[in-house]
Design a protein around this ligand. Structure first.
Ligand code: SAH
Length: 233
Protein backbone atom coordinates (compact mmCIF):
# COMPACT_ATOMS: atom_id res chain seq x y z
CA UNK A 1 0.00 0.00 0.00
CA UNK A 2 2.79 2.39 1.01
CA UNK A 3 4.58 1.66 -2.26
CA UNK A 4 1.45 2.40 -4.26
CA UNK A 5 0.97 5.70 -2.46
CA UNK A 6 4.61 6.61 -3.06
CA UNK A 7 4.21 5.83 -6.75
CA UNK A 8 1.03 7.91 -6.98
CA UNK A 9 2.92 10.76 -5.37
CA UNK A 10 5.76 10.43 -7.88
CA UNK A 11 3.53 10.24 -10.93
CA UNK A 12 2.86 13.97 -11.39
CA UNK A 13 6.57 14.65 -10.90
CA UNK A 14 7.51 12.10 -13.55
CA UNK A 15 4.89 13.56 -15.85
CA UNK A 16 6.24 17.08 -15.54
CA UNK A 17 9.80 15.85 -16.24
CA UNK A 18 8.50 14.08 -19.31
CA UNK A 19 6.77 17.28 -20.47
CA UNK A 20 10.00 19.28 -20.06
CA UNK A 21 11.84 16.62 -22.03
CA UNK A 22 9.24 16.61 -24.77
CA UNK A 23 9.84 20.30 -25.36
CA UNK A 24 13.64 19.89 -25.30
CA UNK A 25 13.42 17.12 -27.88
CA UNK A 26 10.91 19.03 -29.98
CA UNK A 27 13.17 22.08 -29.86
CA UNK A 28 16.30 20.26 -30.89
CA UNK A 29 14.40 18.54 -33.73
CA UNK A 30 13.10 21.92 -34.82
CA UNK A 31 16.64 23.32 -34.95
CA UNK A 32 17.90 20.32 -36.90
CA UNK A 33 15.04 19.97 -39.42
CA UNK A 34 13.77 23.52 -39.87
CA UNK A 35 16.84 25.65 -39.20
CA UNK A 36 20.12 23.87 -39.97
CA UNK A 37 18.87 21.69 -42.81
CA UNK A 38 17.47 24.75 -44.54
CA UNK A 39 20.81 26.47 -44.56
CA UNK A 40 21.01 28.64 -41.43
CA UNK A 41 24.66 28.42 -40.41
CA UNK A 42 25.41 31.36 -38.05
CA UNK A 43 26.41 29.57 -34.85
CA UNK A 44 25.09 32.38 -32.65
CA UNK A 45 21.65 32.14 -34.25
CA UNK A 46 21.60 28.36 -33.93
CA UNK A 47 22.64 28.51 -30.27
CA UNK A 48 19.87 31.04 -29.53
CA UNK A 49 17.22 28.99 -31.34
CA UNK A 50 18.32 25.92 -29.34
CA UNK A 51 18.12 27.77 -26.05
CA UNK A 52 15.02 29.96 -26.14
CA UNK A 53 11.91 28.09 -24.97
CA UNK A 54 9.46 29.00 -27.72
CA UNK A 55 6.62 27.27 -25.82
CA UNK A 56 6.90 29.95 -23.12
CA UNK A 57 5.86 32.59 -25.67
CA UNK A 58 2.69 30.96 -27.03
CA UNK A 59 -0.74 30.77 -25.37
CA UNK A 60 -1.40 27.64 -23.25
CA UNK A 61 -3.73 26.14 -25.83
CA UNK A 62 -0.98 26.19 -28.47
CA UNK A 63 1.99 25.00 -26.37
CA UNK A 64 2.00 21.57 -27.97
CA UNK A 65 2.34 23.27 -31.38
CA UNK A 66 5.17 25.60 -30.32
CA UNK A 67 7.90 23.82 -32.30
CA UNK A 68 6.02 23.05 -35.53
CA UNK A 69 7.03 24.48 -38.88
CA UNK A 70 4.42 27.24 -38.91
CA UNK A 71 3.45 30.68 -37.59
CA UNK A 72 1.07 30.54 -34.60
CA UNK A 73 -1.68 32.76 -33.30
CA UNK A 74 -0.74 34.73 -30.16
CA UNK A 75 -4.14 36.43 -29.71
CA UNK A 76 -5.30 39.95 -30.67
CA UNK A 77 -5.29 38.79 -34.31
CA UNK A 78 -1.47 38.62 -34.30
CA UNK A 79 1.00 35.84 -34.98
CA UNK A 80 4.44 34.66 -33.88
CA UNK A 81 6.50 33.98 -37.02
CA UNK A 82 7.48 30.51 -38.19
CA UNK A 83 10.80 29.46 -36.53
CA UNK A 84 12.67 29.44 -39.86
CA UNK A 85 11.65 33.04 -40.62
CA UNK A 86 12.80 34.14 -37.15
CA UNK A 87 16.18 32.44 -37.68
CA UNK A 88 16.51 33.68 -41.27
CA UNK A 89 15.78 37.31 -40.44
CA UNK A 90 18.11 37.19 -37.43
CA UNK A 91 20.93 35.70 -39.51
CA UNK A 92 20.57 38.45 -42.12
CA UNK A 93 21.41 41.06 -39.47
CA UNK A 94 25.01 39.76 -39.01
CA UNK A 95 24.70 40.25 -35.24
CA UNK A 96 27.72 40.44 -32.93
CA UNK A 97 27.86 40.57 -29.13
CA UNK A 98 27.87 44.14 -27.89
CA UNK A 99 25.43 45.39 -30.55
CA UNK A 100 22.27 47.40 -29.91
CA UNK A 101 19.20 46.25 -31.86
CA UNK A 102 15.74 47.74 -32.46
CA UNK A 103 12.73 45.49 -33.11
CA UNK A 104 9.37 46.79 -34.34
CA UNK A 105 6.46 44.48 -33.42
CA UNK A 106 7.26 42.80 -30.09
CA UNK A 107 4.25 40.46 -30.35
CA UNK A 108 4.93 37.53 -28.01
CA UNK A 109 8.52 38.62 -27.26
CA UNK A 110 10.02 35.47 -28.83
CA UNK A 111 12.06 37.25 -31.51
CA UNK A 112 13.26 39.74 -28.87
CA UNK A 113 14.50 36.84 -26.71
CA UNK A 114 16.40 35.34 -29.65
CA UNK A 115 18.06 38.73 -30.26
CA UNK A 116 18.79 39.16 -26.54
CA UNK A 117 20.72 35.87 -26.49
CA UNK A 118 23.12 37.30 -29.08
CA UNK A 119 23.49 41.06 -28.55
CA UNK A 120 23.95 43.44 -25.60
CA UNK A 121 20.70 45.43 -25.78
CA UNK A 122 17.35 44.95 -27.47
CA UNK A 123 14.84 47.80 -27.79
CA UNK A 124 11.43 46.56 -28.92
CA UNK A 125 8.23 48.47 -29.67
CA UNK A 126 4.68 47.07 -29.70
CA UNK A 127 1.59 49.07 -30.61
CA UNK A 128 -0.88 46.70 -28.93
CA UNK A 129 -0.69 47.42 -25.18
CA UNK A 130 -2.06 44.05 -24.13
CA UNK A 131 0.52 42.12 -26.18
CA UNK A 132 3.33 44.47 -25.18
CA UNK A 133 2.62 44.08 -21.46
CA UNK A 134 2.31 40.33 -21.72
CA UNK A 135 5.59 40.07 -23.67
CA UNK A 136 7.38 42.29 -21.15
CA UNK A 137 6.15 40.01 -18.35
CA UNK A 138 7.29 36.82 -20.11
CA UNK A 139 10.70 38.32 -20.91
CA UNK A 140 11.26 39.48 -17.35
CA UNK A 141 10.13 36.11 -15.92
CA UNK A 142 12.74 34.48 -18.14
CA UNK A 143 15.40 36.90 -16.87
CA UNK A 144 15.97 38.96 -20.03
CA UNK A 145 17.05 42.18 -18.36
CA UNK A 146 18.66 43.44 -21.58
CA UNK A 147 15.31 43.77 -23.41
CA UNK A 148 13.45 47.09 -23.17
CA UNK A 149 9.81 47.03 -24.24
CA UNK A 150 7.93 50.18 -25.19
CA UNK A 151 4.23 50.42 -25.99
CA UNK A 152 3.93 52.80 -28.94
CA UNK A 153 4.08 53.29 -32.69
CA UNK A 154 7.22 51.66 -34.04
CA UNK A 155 6.97 53.58 -37.34
CA UNK A 156 8.67 56.39 -35.47
CA UNK A 157 11.47 54.21 -34.11
CA UNK A 158 13.02 54.98 -30.71
CA UNK A 159 14.95 58.20 -31.21
CA UNK A 160 16.49 58.50 -27.76
CA UNK A 161 18.35 55.17 -28.08
CA UNK A 162 19.38 55.61 -31.74
CA UNK A 163 21.50 54.83 -33.67
CA UNK A 164 20.93 51.06 -33.79
CA UNK A 165 23.45 48.59 -35.20
CA UNK A 166 20.57 46.56 -36.58
CA UNK A 167 16.80 46.94 -37.00
CA UNK A 168 14.29 44.12 -37.48
CA UNK A 169 10.69 44.83 -38.38
CA UNK A 170 8.13 42.04 -37.91
CA UNK A 171 5.03 43.82 -39.23
CA UNK A 172 4.66 45.12 -42.74
CA UNK A 173 4.32 48.70 -44.03
CA UNK A 174 3.86 49.78 -47.65
CA UNK A 175 7.19 51.60 -47.64
CA UNK A 176 10.25 51.64 -45.43
CA UNK A 177 9.61 54.15 -42.62
CA UNK A 178 11.92 57.18 -42.90
CA UNK A 179 12.61 57.39 -39.14
CA UNK A 180 13.90 53.80 -39.15
CA UNK A 181 16.33 54.58 -42.01
CA UNK A 182 17.55 57.60 -40.05
CA UNK A 183 18.00 55.61 -36.84
CA UNK A 184 20.11 52.90 -38.48
CA UNK A 185 23.82 53.25 -37.65
CA UNK A 186 26.44 53.66 -40.38
CA UNK A 187 27.29 50.13 -41.60
CA UNK A 188 24.09 48.83 -39.97
CA UNK A 189 21.55 46.38 -41.40
CA UNK A 190 17.76 46.52 -41.34
CA UNK A 191 15.44 43.67 -42.36
CA UNK A 192 11.81 44.51 -43.08
CA UNK A 193 8.82 43.03 -44.94
CA UNK A 194 7.59 45.70 -47.38
CA UNK A 195 4.69 45.67 -49.83
CA UNK A 196 0.96 45.18 -50.23
CA UNK A 197 -1.51 43.88 -47.68
CA UNK A 198 -1.32 40.21 -48.66
CA UNK A 199 2.13 39.68 -50.09
CA UNK A 200 5.37 41.42 -49.31
CA UNK A 201 9.08 41.22 -49.97
CA UNK A 202 11.59 40.76 -47.22
CA UNK A 203 13.97 43.65 -47.88
CA UNK A 204 17.50 43.93 -46.53
CA UNK A 205 18.80 47.49 -46.16
CA UNK A 206 22.42 48.42 -45.56
CA UNK A 207 23.60 51.89 -44.68
CA UNK A 208 26.83 52.97 -46.36
CA UNK A 209 28.13 56.54 -46.37
CA UNK A 210 24.80 57.71 -44.96
CA UNK A 211 22.79 56.10 -47.81
CA UNK A 212 20.50 53.10 -47.49
CA UNK A 213 20.87 50.42 -50.17
CA UNK A 214 17.96 47.99 -50.61
CA UNK A 215 17.94 44.39 -51.69
CA UNK A 216 14.83 42.14 -51.86
CA UNK A 217 15.39 38.59 -50.66
CA UNK A 218 12.20 36.56 -50.21
CA UNK A 219 8.44 36.81 -50.75
CA UNK A 220 6.76 36.72 -47.31
CA UNK A 221 3.49 37.45 -45.57
CA UNK A 222 3.41 39.44 -42.34
CA UNK A 223 0.69 41.18 -40.37
CA UNK A 224 0.33 44.88 -41.31
CA UNK A 225 2.16 47.72 -39.60
CA UNK A 226 -0.59 50.00 -38.33
CA UNK A 227 -0.78 53.51 -36.90
CA UNK A 228 -2.51 54.47 -33.64
CA UNK A 229 -5.88 54.68 -35.42
CA UNK A 230 -5.53 51.16 -36.84
CA UNK A 231 -4.78 52.20 -40.44
CA UNK A 232 -2.08 50.35 -42.35
CA UNK A 233 1.11 52.27 -43.08
N1 SAH B 1 8.08 39.50 -33.39
C1 SAH B 1 6.88 38.93 -32.83
C2 SAH B 1 5.79 38.71 -33.84
C3 SAH B 1 5.18 39.98 -34.21
S1 SAH B 1 3.62 39.99 -35.03
C4 SAH B 1 7.15 37.67 -32.06
O1 SAH B 1 8.29 37.20 -32.02
O2 SAH B 1 6.20 37.15 -31.47
C5 SAH B 1 3.67 41.70 -35.45
C6 SAH B 1 3.39 42.64 -34.31
O3 SAH B 1 3.55 43.96 -34.79
C7 SAH B 1 1.98 42.55 -33.75
O4 SAH B 1 2.04 42.22 -32.40
C8 SAH B 1 1.42 43.95 -33.99
O5 SAH B 1 0.56 44.40 -32.95
C9 SAH B 1 2.68 44.79 -34.07
N2 SAH B 1 2.57 46.08 -34.74
C10 SAH B 1 1.80 46.44 -35.82
N3 SAH B 1 1.99 47.73 -36.14
C11 SAH B 1 2.91 48.22 -35.25
C12 SAH B 1 3.52 49.50 -35.07
N4 SAH B 1 3.23 50.56 -35.83
N5 SAH B 1 4.42 49.62 -34.06
C13 SAH B 1 4.73 48.57 -33.25
N6 SAH B 1 4.17 47.35 -33.38
C14 SAH B 1 3.28 47.16 -34.37
Amino acid sequence: MKQILFFLFLLPLLNSCAAQDDYATARSNMVRDQIRERGISDSRVIRAMKKVERHRFVPDRAKNLAYIDSPLSIGEGQTISQPFIVAFMTEQLYLRPGMKVLEIGTGSGYQAAILAEIVAEVYTIEINAKLGKSAAKTLSELGYDNVFVKIGDGYLGWEEHAPFDAIIVTCSPNEIPGPLKDQLAEGGRMIIPVGGKYIQSLVLNRKKNGKVKQHSILPVRFVPMIDSTGNRY
